[in-house]
Design a protein around this ligand. Structure first.
Ligand SMILES: Nc1ncnc2c1ncn2[C@@H]1O[C@H](COP(=O)(O)OP(=O)(O)OP(=O)(O)O)[C@@H](O)[C@H]1O
Ligand SMILES: [Mg+2]
Length: 233
């Protein structure tokens, strides 16, 4: 589905992503690493928001470097950004509908897709007329995920979905991701490695813009370096 080869990119003259090889197939993949490692930058490059300096990014065999973000979204990639990107003054339902409004393959099936999202997150159905900005942090995260799913993506990218949430909500978010695994490919960046390992098949560790480790969830869980640096045992 997604294949990145030998990618360099950054801001101004500062290189942030350095020779990264990275792949997501029909599976759920984690991208871990400390603050400033370049996780969000790598995602921005995939979404066409940061221009690659070198290397290639392919989606289903098509090169997408330099392709515009809205085109990448129409190709079936949806992003739940690190900073919530809701329209706070609009209702829950209108936020959801907007997730599909500009995506040709999703636009016609809005009522059906809305019901699917409401089944996944019953709280959103209950609060469908509430203004998004007045929902709790956890509810807004669910809404952001729901909105991304409204576009019927083939690849769902989530940038630190657990950020700022209390532990019980974090567990809930990862339960949802686990349930989605069979219907959509997932790429998730996380500081919370322990929780995400339950929801992913495979993961990468990114440090200073380089991939330093790549393994199955099981392999990462038992890797001494991961345990010491990311699982805090
Ligand atoms: N728009 C920008 N302009 C200049 N530098 C940036 C920009 N965005 C990020 N950076 C820098 O790029 C580096 C990587 O940042 P990035 O946000 O990709 O890291 P991250 O791994 O997502 O970190 P976090 O876990 O804190 O979200 C950092 O040094 C950051 O200061
Ligand atoms: Mg980030």
């Amino acid at each position: 589905m997604l294949k990145i080869q030998n990618l360099d990119c950054g801001y101004g003259r500062m290189k942030v992503i350095d020779g990264v090889d990275f792949e997501v197939g029909t599976e759920s993949v984690g991208l871990f690493g400390p603050n400033g490692a370049g996780k969000s930058t790598l995602i921005s490059a995939i979404m066409g928001m940061v221009k690659p300096w070198k290397g290639s990014i392919e989606l289903d065999g098509k090169r997408i470097e330099g392709v515009e973000t809205h085109t990448i979204a129409r190709m079936g990639v949806a992003l739940v950004p690190q900073e919530r990107e809701l329209f706070p003054g609009m209702s829950v339902e209108d936020n959801l509908v907007l997730g599909a409004a500009y995506i040709p393959h999703a636009k016609d099936g809005i009522p059906e897709q809305l019901e699917k999202i409401f089944a996944l997150f019953p709280i959103l159905k209950e609060r469908r007329t509430q203004l998004a900005g007045t929902m709790s942090g956890g509810q807004q995260r669910m809404l952001a995920i729901g909105r991304a799913l409204m576009s019927k993506p083939r690849l769902l990218i989530l940038d630190e979905p657990s950020l700022g949430l209390q532990p019980s909500i974090v567990t809930e978010v990862f339960e949802v991701l686990k349930g989605l695994k069979s219907s959509v490919s997932i790429l998730v960046t996380e500081q919370n490695v322990r929780e995400s390992l339950r929801a992913i098949d495979r993961g990468y560790v990114l440090e200073n813009g380089r991939i330093v480790l790549e393994d199955s969830a099981e392999g990462l869980k038992t890797n001494p370096y991961v345990i010491k640096s990311y699982l805090g045992l």
